[in-house]
Design a protein. Sequence first.
Length: 192
Amino acid sequence: MTNPLGQAIVYLIQVVFGLYILAVMLRFLFQLVRADFYNPISQAIVKITNLPLIQLRRLIPGLWGVDLASVALLLALQALEVFLVVLIKDGYAGHPWGLVVLSLAQLLRMAIYIFIVAMIIRIVISWINPAAGYNPVVGLLASLTEPLMRPARQIIPPVSGLDLSPLIVFVVLQLILILLIRPLGQIGAALL
């Protein structure tokens, strides 16, 4: 597609959907790791995402502590974004299974990148101000990354006060991206 108007529309669709999908993804991940619900950042995300989720929870109950309404909303929003982008770029809607598989791959990629960015920010904050008092961002970052860091610390305990566990987590997350998510995205793109 070389049409500047079409490119601008695709860009706007990706930005608007991407930001809202990010908010829903963060809400889902915060619920999954049992982050502080009363944290001001958590509360802002809840307010942003509450309207569609309240409606969906009437139809889709949770299962084993997993908010299936959030998962359904994530998949629906991502599939709609992919559908609109493919429609504008290529002029056709694509195959429904391709939309689902590609959407799933993009959501998994987003979740991995959220964890990677959260760990990087947490590491940088620990270097800049290791004895910081309570900060809502630091609390959420710790809640989000600790389920990944704890098992890695059992493999490599801190050495002379230096925590090397993020290296293991980064390697594992990159392997997941390479071995699972990239092939899944390629399958979805081929099905489209």
